[in-house]
Ligand binder design. Structure first.
Ligand code: GLN
Length: 236
């Protein structure tokens, strides 16, 4: 496919930056938009604040935030229903930390009450019992993690983490990576993040796509070519 010939612009939505903007993860949307534009792909980058219907998009980037805004974001996204509907049609989702947790079945608030997530990724988050996980995080991609369009494996991921939640990956999702340094999912199995279909969750802030451009191109490749075996993106 000639990428510049796509007949519509790629819509990239930064989800609820007013609620989930604490860690600068909105930069993930900016990185995707720039890497698309540099390749001649038309892009519409939308800052989708809460309190309005969520727009349909090709890619959703959901960032991290505090426990209270995380609950409000999950409640609004469930009431709105757009994301679940569009993901069924192949939209790409990147969730980071709070954004990762709320993609799962349930996650805790600050009083340890469980709240419904969106159910788009088979993960469950509970409150950790030890110290909050804070610091640099390095992880190598899991052997069965997705490869770049064109077949190359992704290099190791780096970023920083800051979370109290501990996440278990269920049978319908797979771990994204294995922790080399840091905590990651924190359930004792050494895993970091999860993925299923075109939905990816991670504890890596950074923004993760600025620090790991191969991951950015993996998501972009999925978004520009909805086939099961997307071709490689032109190198930058
Ligand atoms: N509130 C969540 C936790 O502490 C998410 C934090 C974050 O997004 N960095 O686990």
């Amino acid at each position: 496919m000639n990428l510049a010939d796509r007949n519509s612009a790629l819509t990239i939505a930064i989800v609820f930056p007013d609620l989930l903007g604490t860690y600068g993860d909105g930069g993930n949307g900016i990185v995707l938009a720039r890497r698309a534009a540099w390749r001649g792909i038309g892009v519409d980058l939308v800052h989708a604040d809460s309190g309005r219907p969520l727009p349909s998009a090709d890619v959703y980037c959901i960032g991290g935030g505090e426990d209270g805004p995380q609950v409000r974001a999950a409640t609004s996204l469930n009431e709105d229903g757009t994301m679940a509907r569009v993901v069924e049609h192949g939209a790409v989702v990147l969730g980071v930390c709070a954004g990762f947790q709320l993609l799962g079945g349930s996650f805790p608030d600050s009083a340890d009450r469980a709240h419904d997530g969106l159910g788009l990724l088979d993960v469950t988050t509970r409150k950790g019992t030890g110290h909050r996980a804070v610091g640099e995080l390095v992880a190598t991609m899991a052997p069965d993690a997705p490869h770049l369009p064109g077949g190359a494996p992704l290099p190791r991921l780096t970023g920083f983490e800051n979370h109290g939640g501990v996440t278990s990956v269920g049978p319908s999702a797979r771990a994204l990576a294995r922790v080399v340094r840091g905590v990651g999912n924190g359930g004792g199995d050494g895993t970091e993040g999860a993925w299923s279909g075109r939905v990816v969750g991670t504890y890596l802030h950074g923004p993760v796509l600025a620090r790991n451009i191969a991951l950015a191109d993996l998501l972009l490749g999925w978004a520009v070519d909805p086939s099961d075996s997307p071709g490689p993106l032109p190198p930058l």
